[in-house]
Design a protein around this ligand. Structure first.
Ligand SMILES: [Fe+2]
Ligand SMILES: [Fe+2]
Length: 395
């Protein structure tokens, strides 16, 4: 025997007095394709009901002048955006369909609508369970340049040493700009279903925006002109900005580039000529360590799921090295400025000390790169070779 068809009696209620509240309540409980009988005596109810049904994706058909059937259409084919596991409605799907668009993870997504064009939509490539924690850590570690940096600390060193610092800061600003553009570009290609990845890329770009700000502000603090932007530096950074593959970009920009920068910033913190510069370098190095950790986490995870990843990453280093072979790498000006800063003056003995410190810095950078490459799964010989092929520009 057929089940009695559900019926909603609106009595005298019209749409001017809230009939739509009862209709929404009654239809919410019904599956797509179900029929609801609606009756009522309000004048013009039939016309208003037809319009309401159309606006809500249902179909209304008259039975008599006081009675209609409503076929439920809205939400037909709707799907939860995410793997539907008991208790874990927010677990991301392994592949996010383009039609989910910007829907919140866990939302009930109506069928149909526009196809979006997010190039990065595979969980394996993008997402790890660590990311929520990494994002919370990044949020908690945000700092306000105005309050965190002692901008009015005395600057007592020579103009010559200030010029050396400004040379290095000019180089840093240019490199930070690449470090901002790379995550910002991938953020625009990331399916928002992988919310934590998007949030991490966004906060990383915000960190880099802050680094650009503080390096620029410090570079101009004593009114000196900015230093040099070299062809070699720009060629190195262009190869990062142009890299279309998320994993390859993570290796080149973050694991190798930002990893090398953590050593550089630590060196500048130790040899800063003033307190303001020292604090800027300390805070920027902390941020960079997080950027490296994010890339390490998702590359390690991705390498476990995809046995071909390490070979693809190695070829990215080789290809970049080959493309940059004809360029000079790090400018002589920056190299000499690092020596002067570490020496603390242009006296021969100071320069000798500074030179030894820079040689030691290069060794630390190499050791850091090899250690991270080993953690990703490269053997010692591969790690040594890939570290050796990393750009002379540091980033
Ligand atoms: Fe940075
Ligand atoms: Fe960074």
């Amino acid at each position: 025997m057929n089940e009695p068809r559900p019926t909603l009696d609106l009595e005298h209620l019209g749409f001017d007095r809230g009939a739509q509240v009862l209709l929404a309540r009654a239809t919410r409980a019904l599956a797509p394709g179900a029929l609801l009988e609606v009756c009522g005596s309000a004048p013009a109810l039939g016309v208003e009901l037809a319009a309401w049904a159309r606006a809500n994706g249902h179909a209304a058909r008259p039975l008599t002048d006081r009675r209609w059937t409503l076929e439920i259409g809205r939400s037909a084919g709707a799907r939860r955006a995410g793997a539907e596991r008991a208790g874990l409605p927010e677990e991301p799907a392994s592949r996010a369909p383009q039609c989910w668009g910007l829907a919140a993870r866990g939302a009930l997504v109506e069928a149909g609508g526009p196809e979006f064009g997010f190039r990065l939509c595979e969980r394996e490539e993008l997402w790890t369970a660590d990311e929520a924690t990494l994002y919370r850590q990044a949020l908690a570690a945000q700092w306000d340049p105005e309050r965190a940096i002692p901008w009015s600390a005395p600057l007592e060193h020579s103009d010559e040493l200030e010029d050396a610092l400004v040379e290095v800061l000019t180089f840093l600003i240019e490199n930070e700009t690449a470090a901002l553009l790379v995550p910002a570009r991938f953020a625009g290609q990331t399916h928002p279903h992988f919310r934590e990845t998007l949030q991490l890329l966004a906060i990383q770009a915000a960190d880099e925006a802050r680094h650009i700000e503080v390096f620029t502000r410090r570079a101009t603090l004593r009114g000196r002109a900015l230093g040099l932007s070299t062809v070699g530096g720009r060629a190195s950074l262009k190869s990062l900005v142009d890299e279309p593959d998320f994993a390859r970009a993570a290796l080149l920009t973050s694991v190798l580039g930002e990893g090398t920068f953590t050593n550089l910033l630590g060196f500048l913190h130790a040899h800063a000529p003033d307190r303001c510069t020292a604090e800027i370098m300390r805070l920027a190095a902390q941020d960079e360590a997080r950027h490296v950790a994010f890339a390490m986490s998702h590359l390690a995870h991705h390498a476990q799921a995809d046995a071909t990843l390490l070979a693809r990453l190695a070829s990215a280093v080789h290809q970049r090295h080959a493309a940059l072979l004809a360029t000079s790498g790090l400018s002589v000006e920056v190299f000499d400025a690092l020596i002067a800063l570490a020496g603390g003056s242009y006296q021969p003995r100071a320069i000798e000390r500074g030179h030894a410190a820079v040689v030691e810095l290069l060794a630390q950078m190499d050791a850091g790169r090899r250690m991270r490459l080993r953690k990703l799964g490269f053997d010692a010989r591969q790690a040594e070779q890939l570290s050796e092929l990393h750009t002379r520009n540091f980033m």
